[in-house]
Design a protein around this ligand. Structure first.
Ligand code: NAD
Length: 331
């Protein structure tokens, strides 16, 4: 099948070519994002493959449909960037990668937590400048601290397991309770407990209308002073302006994020020669107690291999009219 692959990067192409080494599909790599202005590039492609910041809203899907696209394959887990109802109305099937490596994201969340708590980012910069002072680098022991896991699905459970290994008390918040989370030693929080008890909050829930700005001014006001916040899930779970205020007042002790609400105009490209117009991002990166990474939590060899193999398996299944195991439908 002919597949137009939007937002493709050189490092991903290697894994996609490897997954397609039998040559079943004809892959056309495009480095632009899918959206109303670029959708014309997909004309004539039966399948279109997109990533987290491509935009598959109703007008884009309608244009894809007019161009002959009948399959939209997401090479990611989250599908908040797709209008599933419009896709269903147009008869465009949508598939995603339901699971690839929860370990990749959970381990990265731990890396962010360790770095922000023990100021590794600052120490790294200092020693490169021959500054071996330890002033301002005091962290705290994770052992015995309370870690709140918001979203106790696949990634949340791996993260919880690692934190339990550190000797933390792990509390969870999720409308659907997971036996796996409890078997690991996590317990579900009582109302208000996340805010009042957690020394660390790590977000692992999907972005939905219910979880949009789940971290907001009110929640931050009720949180334990000096708590650390980690977000490897989706940027819009956090009201960034409210978080900036909480960082300024010291109510929030540190922030480490791999995702950002306005990331689609920044992430996955080198803007080092440009003047960044996003003042909120510029404010964020000016804090000594903030780490921002560019949506790389999934970026391991194992995860990329599974993502690319699963995506092309779904394209093959669609071509052969076989059941689509990874189909995602409007609820
Ligand atoms: P999952 O479906 O296994 O788990 C998500 C959990 O969130 C579920 O248990 C669900 O019940 C829970 N949830 C739903 N609504 C909630 C709410 N209102 N409050 C609290 N919990 C709620 O998904 P997963 O594989 O663990 O992935 C979690 C998220 O991680 C994805 O949705 C995606 O946004 C993000 N992600 C990020 C990266 C990255 O590279 N940064 C990579 C993969 C996934």
């Amino acid at each position: 099948m002919e597949v137009a692959i939007f937002s493709s990067t050189p490092y991903e192409r290697k894994f996609l070519d490897e997954a397609n080494k039998a040559g079943h599909h004809k892959l056309r790599y495009l480095d632009v994002q899918l959206g109303p202005d670029t959708v014309g590039l997909a004309a004539g492609f039966g399948a279109v493959c997109i990533f987290v910041n491509d935009k598959a809203d109703a007008p884009t899907l309608e244009a894809l449909h007019r161009g002959g696209t009948r399959l939209l394959a997401l090479r990611c887990t989250g599908f908040n960037n797709v209008d599933l109802e419009a896709a269903a109305r147009l008869g465009i099937k949508v598939v995603r990668v339901v699971t690839y490596s929860p370990n990749s994201v959970a381990e990265f969340a731990v890396a962010l937590l360790l770095a922000i708590n023990r100021k590794v980012h600052r120490a790294y910069n200092r020693t490169r400048d021959s500054n071996f002072s330890l002033d301002g680098l005091i962290g705290f022991d994770l052992f015995g601290k309370t870690v709140a896991v918001v979203g106790t699905g696949k990634i949340g459970c791996v993260f919880a397991q690692i934190m339990i290994g550190f000797g933390c008390d792990v509390i969870g918040y999720d409308p659907y309770h997971s036996a796996e989370f409890e078997a690991l030693g996590g317990r579900y929080a009582k109302p208000g407990e996340i805010g009042s008890k957690a020394d660390i909050v790590s977000l692992h829930c999907p972005l939905t209308p219910e979880t949009h700005h789940i971290i907001n001014a009110d929640m931050l006001r009720r949180s334990k002073p000096g708590a650390l916040l980690i977000n490897t899930s989706r940027g819009a779970l956090i009201d960034t302006e409210a978080v900036i205020e909480a960082l300024k007042s010291g109510q929030l002790g540190g922030l480490a994020i791999d995702v950002y609400e306005q990331e689609s105009s920044l992430f996955f490209r080198d803007l080092s020669n440009e003047i960044i117009q996003d003042d909120v991002m510029q404010r964020l990166v000016s804090f000594p107690n903030v780490i921002v990474t560019g949506h790389q939590a999934y970026l391991t060899r194992e995860a990329l291999t599974t993502i690319c193999e699963t995506t092309l398996q779904s394209v093959t299944a669609f071509e052969k009219n076989e059941p689509l195991e990874n189909e995602v439908k409007a609820s």
